[in-house]
Ligand binder design. Sequence first.
Ligand SMILES: CC(C)(COP(=O)(O)OP(=O)(O)OC[C@H]1O[C@@H](n2cnc3c(N)ncnc32)[C@H](O)[C@@H]1OP(=O)(O)O)[C@@H](O)C(=O)NCCC(=O)NCCS
Length: 175
Amino acid sequence: MTVVLSVEPTVSAPALRLRPWRGEDAVALVAAHRDPLLRRWLTTSLVREADARRWIDDQNDGWTAGVRFSVVKGGVDPTDASAEVGYWVSAEARGRGIAPRALEAVSAWALGSQCMMPLARLDLLHAVDNHASCRVAEKCRYGLHSVLPAQPPAFPTEGHLHVRTNTAAESVSVE
Ligand SMILES: CC(C)(COP(=O)(O)OP(=O)(O)OC[C@H]1O[C@@H](n2cnc3c(N)ncnc32)[C@H](O)[C@@H]1OP(=O)(O)O)[C@@H](O)C(=O)NCCC(=O)NCCS
């Protein structure tokens, strides 16, 4: 089953449509990954179109297996009904509230009754000095749960673990 989530427009930003990745997104994915900020904060760097195609295939395989939902990525742990969310926005679209609006829609869907396997908890991790990411977490009601120790070389600074749990009425518009 394919899930597509819709988010209403705001005065300063267009409507959003969250859908699984497609093969033809590979070119745009490689272009977005040329941005130094994205390369700084993401653990995956997609340099060639073939890498991007493989990455898209992995996301879609994860969706089929019930462990991953993209465009805002989420890794699901079926054993404890929790998942990890992550996000990035291409450089030219930042600062317009796109990540929080997209994350809010995905969070409400994943924690709500419209999801085929509603979750009890969503985890969000970011490096302590990634202030933009911390703001997205706060705007989407992911409370700061704990400060995680650095794990060099992959994670050279401490991290924040934010958590959002299933509160009563999570609802979202699904196409
Ligand atoms: C983190 C990120 C997804 C935020 O997306 P966004 O759609 O720009 O989110 P917002 O518009 O709500 O802005 C969030 C914060 O980014 C900062 N920001 C604002 N305009 C910005 C711009 N033009 N460029 C960069 N950051 C900006 C501000 O601190 C803002 O917080 P504020 O609204 O309280 O001022 C985006 O900056 C990004 O893709 N960063 C690189 C990848 C990354 O860090 N991903 C998270 C890994 S944990």
